[in-house]
Design a protein. Structure first.
Length: 173
């Protein structure tokens, strides 16, 4: 018996491809125009939340993060900052499994607050890793500010997914 069904694999592939292509093509333009970090994290957490919502299996968010990093490094060989998102994907995967998928997705208020907290934690973690290792920030306030800006993108991502799900634009099964 296989762990991931063909539907799960399709969800992982869809979310990973969406995140990688948009991250490779649009995020650098957005960064050059605004120097804001939100779009990268928004794409990340929309993808991670959707793949976890659709599959509800441990490993789906982690595999998505690994695939996105591989695709991004193929398309943009210098984008090593994506390694921070591997860690964020794995932590997100573990946190949603520990809390339980029912608590994360089937209970409206608890699920929204849980996903909001997880997005802030994981996006902040990615921002902290990227800021300290790839942006070469040495001062703790600079790293924390960078992590906080990434966390804002995670918050926007969860708000977007919750709004689209509540309006039945996104399928929940």
């Amino acid at each position: 018996m296989t762990y991931f069904s063909s539907r799960d694999i399709a969800a992982i592939a869809l979310c990973a491809a969406l995140w990688a292509v948009l991250n490779t093509l649009i995020t650098p333009i957005f960064w050059q125009m605004t120097h804001n970090l939100f779009l990268c994290d928004l794409l990340a957490f929309v993808s991670l939340i959707l793949v976890t919502l659709w599959t509800r299996k441990l490993g789906s968010a982690s595999i998505t993060g690994l695939i996105v990093t591989a695709l991004t490094l193929i398309l943009r060989p210098g984008a090593f900052h994506m390694l921070g998102f591997i860690v964020a994907s794995i932590v997100f995967d573990i946190l949603t499994k520990i809390v339980g998928y029912t608590n994360c997705f089937d209970k409206p208020l608890r699920g929204a607050l849980t996903m909001l907290l997880f997005s802030i934690i994981c996006a902040g973690l990615a921002g902290g890793i990227i800021g300290s290792f790839f942006m070469d920030f040495k001062a703790l306030p600079a790293i924390l500010t960078f992590a906080g800006l990434h966390a804002i993108g995670g918050v926007i991502g969860i708000i977007l997914v919750r709004a689209l799900t509540a309006r039945k634009i996104l399928p929940t099964c």
